[in-house]
Design a binder for this molecule. Structure first.
Ligand SMILES: *Cc1c(COP(=O)(O)O)cnc(C)c1O
Length: 229
């Protein structure tokens, strides 16, 4: 079964995707922002190609996965059926997966340490591909969480640029689950602004409207579109 033939193209747009779209439009209006300034990344981790195909048929083109292995199994087939798809890696990256990540993804949201910078720099040069790169911040300074501490962010961004020759497109954050997200979004926006970065990957199913208010350019929405994992 090819993804193209998986479902008739007349299938109606899944209601959940339409509801998320309506919420994005409303949040943009409230923030006096243009809808086109916000990219919806549909986070499809754990959902199979057939489920993903339903949202592609409904018009969604940008997707996020958090594991390289899972994405490798799911996406090449979908991408050959729908060449205009865009795939973002939103989860942690190991340097030994950098080669596969650069080959498969259009954007990587989890740049957070020198070993990753080095591996990405090497792969970008040898594969002549230029995935969009986001530095991940650990705004809550949670020990178990990936990301650069806010106080180290300026120096890390500078080293990405100067030492590794990486072009950084923006910042990404995942606020602590028990915190109000707004201060984390505000801090991420502030660090981006002072480093001349225009893109902000922030906001998930529960808080993307708030993230849009604080300037998110990329929202990563999973369960609100695909249901609970
Ligand atoms: C799973 C995931 C999301 C989506 O989370 P939902 O709450 O399901 O919208 C966003 N960002 C990252 C990094 C994730 O791993």
């Amino acid at each position: 079964m090819t993804p193209e033939n998986a479902l008739p193209t007349t299938r109606p747009m899944p209601g959940a995707l339409a509801a998320v779209e309506a919420d994005i439009v409303r949040a943009c209006q409230q923030a006096r922002r243009d809808r086109t300034s916000v990219t919806l990344i549909a986070v499809s981790k754990t959902f199979d190609a057939e489920t993903v195909t339903r949202t592609i048929v409904a018009g969604q083109r940008v997707f996020g996965e958090n594991r390289v292995q899972e994405a490798k199994a799911k996406w090449p087939g979908l991408m050959s059926a729908y060449p205009d798809l865009e795939l973002h890696l939103i989860g942690p990256l190991q340097s030994n997966k950098a080669k596969e990540a650069v080959a498969l993804f259009d954007a990587i949201h989890s740049v957070d340490r020198p070993s990753i910078c080095e591996a990405l720099s090497r792969e970008i040069r040898s594969q002549k591909k230029r995935p969009e790169l986001f530095v991940q911040l650990n705004t809550g300074e949670e020990p178990q969480k990936a990301g650069v501490a806010p106080l180290e962010a300026d120096a890390f961004i500078a080293s990405c640029r100067e030492k590794y020759g990486l072009e950084i497109s923006g910042l990404m954050c995942i606020p602590p689950v028990d915190d109000a997200p707004a201060p984390h979004f505000a801090l991420t926006a502030k660090i981006a602004a002072r480093n001349g970065l225009k893109n902000l990957s922030m906001g998930m199913s529960a808080d993307f409207a708030t993230a849009i208010q604080f300037g998110a350019t990329h929202i990563r929405v999973g369960s609100a579109i695909f249901g609970h994992r």
